[in-house]
Design a protein around this ligand. Structure first.
Ligand SMILES: Nc1nc2c(ncn2[C@@H]2O[C@H](COP(=O)(O)OP(=O)(O)O)[C@@H](O)[C@H]2O)c(=O)[nH]1
Ligand SMILES: [Mg+2]
Length: 189
């Protein structure tokens, strides 16, 4: 897949007619601060289209970006801060679950973003369980792989694979620009 264009379309907080469009939606989900927005910019080859930042929990809406005038990248709020664990039951958590599990769309491919160094959190595992329970089409990536040296890297990837059997884990780094082709390939399968 080649990216030829990307533009912000709109942010929503609840039901909206954009959800009913006959277009593929590709939401990036994961913990706050794991690098969802950075990764979307990297994959789209755009510097600052998707707002990323140091303040966790900044994204309060579900933001739609039209890509190649054809499908949507969807930026969602993160679930839970690094330390102060916000439960999936709070308002943002409910919004994420509503979009992923209550809203049926034309087609959806979900990118679950993990922290390569920290590995999957309890909430990541819970999210994975829910995604599988709902038979969601899924791509799992391990971001911030640049924080690991060669040895830690293979050890960590193996450990993550063991926790998520039967799922291919794509190592990537928005910072060091690694894994873009692999992610695009997985999304076009
Ligand atoms: N080292 C490293 N830092 C990253 C990477 N991707 C994102 N970050 C940093 O992680 C922080 C959170 O990124 P952001 O994209 O806003 O995360 P989001 O909350 O999941 O959308 C920012 O300070 C980024 O610069 C990466 O691949 N490697
Ligand atoms: Mg973000």
């Amino acid at each position: 897949m080649k990216i030829t264009s990307a533009e912000f379309k709109k942010g929503i907080r609840g039901t909206d007619k954009i959800l009913g469009e006959l277009r593929l939606q590709i939401p990036f989900i994961g913990r706050s601060n794991v690098g969802k927005s950075s990764l979307m910019n990297f994959v789209l080859n755009r510097k600052n289209l998707v707002k990323s930042g140091k303040t966790p929990g900044k994204t309060l809406e579900i933001n739609f970006f039209l890509v190649n005038k054809e499908f949507y990248f969807v930026d969602l709020p993160g679930y839970g801060y690094a330390k102060k664990s916000v439960e999936m039951r709070n308002q943002l958590g409910r919004m994420i679950q509503w979009y992923l599990f209550d809203v049926e769309v034309f087609e959806r491919k979900i990118v679950l973003v993990l922290d390569a160094k920290a590995g999957p959190s309890d909430m990541d595992m819970e999210m994975l369980r829910l995604l599988r329970e709902h038979n969601r089409d899924l791509v799992v990536v391990a971001n911030k792989i640049d924080l690991l040296n060669q040895k830690e890297r293979s050890r960590k990837l193996k450990a993550i694979s063991n926790l998520m059997p039967g799922i291919e884990i794509i190592p990537c780094s928005a910072k060091k620009k690694e894994g873009r082709e692999e992610i695009l390939k997985a999304l076009s399968e």
